[in-house]
Design a protein around this ligand. Structure first.
Ligand SMILES: C[S@@+](CC[C@H](N)C(=O)[O-])C[C@H]1O[C@@H](n2cnc3c(N)ncnc32)[C@H](O)[C@@H]1O
Length: 240
């Protein structure tokens, strides 16, 4: 089912049942991975986030063909969705498979992974929840694993000491039935695939303050870069 958002400032027009696990794929493309996982795990709910309309429709067509009712797809920007719309500490696993690597240095600020996205991820992940990441791009893999993680410290659940918000764990095993569309193509070309995973620590909660997002920056292409840059600038100014 495609989730239709008429007002991106309101909560998602979809109620997730808190007694059922929720897994989210960022940039889910045409949904090969997530629909396969939904068919194999009917007791779990799945949400794909994808900003390209054609891919959202392909995802939805797959759900209809496969008679899947526990997978939904949302056409929205991922950072925005994590920052504002998902219920706090509700997600068991976030999959980020083959995100655009933006290889040129002048485009690095478009990259999804960074301190702002990671703060939003921790806030939405259930304690112990996982991030699964895969890419064919070696430099991007090093950037994410070495520069982004561990991203920040959070208070432990008693609030008395600081500790890393994520710890690295072994990535999940995935056979061909769980490859994404891009992955199937890359593996077919014999390209190496790099995978990593992290687990969210159970820590003292924090609030995600609203960002000053101008109306022209509302969910669409480039918002990751614009609000990410602005948020970091605001945090730096607040620390002065
Ligand atoms: C390289 S493709 C990979 C698609 C899929 N994960 C796969 O492996 O086949 C990256 C996908 O992420 C989507 N995407 C990129 N940035 C996004 C964002 N900030 N929010 C939502 N979708 C995004 C793109 O539209 C594209 O479909």
């Amino acid at each position: 089912m495609i989730i239709t958002v008429t007002d991106p400032c309101k909560p998602l027009p979809l109620e997730f049942n808190p007694s059922r696990p929720l897994e989210v794929e960022v940039g889910c493309g045409k949904g090969r991975f997530l629909t396969g996982r939904a068919a194999a795990n009917p007791e779990t709910d799945f949400l794909g986030i994808e900003r390209m309309l054609g891919r959202v429709h392909s995802f939805d067509d797959k759900c209809r063909r496969m008679k899947i009712s526990n997978a939904h797809v949302l056409r929205l920007e991922a950072l925005y969705t994590f920052w504002y719309l998902l219920p706090a500490h509700s997600v068991r696993t976030v999959y980020v498979f083959f995100p655009d690597p933006w290889p040129k240095k002048k485009h690095h600020s478009h990259r999804l992974f960074g301190p702002v996205f990671l703060r939003a991820l921790w806030k939405r992940l259930a304690p112990g929840g996982r991030i699964e990441f895969a890419t064919d791009h070696e430099e991007y893999f090093r950037f994410v694993t070495e520069e982004c993680f561990p991203p920040f410290e959070c208070g432990d659940s008693s609030g008395s000491r600081e500790m890393p918000a994520f710890r690295r764990v072994s990535p999940m095993e995935r056979g061909p039935e769980a490859w994404t569309e891009f992955e199937t193509r890359f593996r077919g070309q014999g390209l190496p695939i790099y995978s990593a995973a992290w687990q969210a620590a159970e820590g003292a909660d924090y609030k995600l303050e609203p960002m000053t997002v101008a109306p022209e920056d509302e969910p669409r292409e480039g918002i990751t870069r614009r609000i990410g840059k602005r948020y970091l600038r605001e945090m730096e100014e607040a620390a002065l």
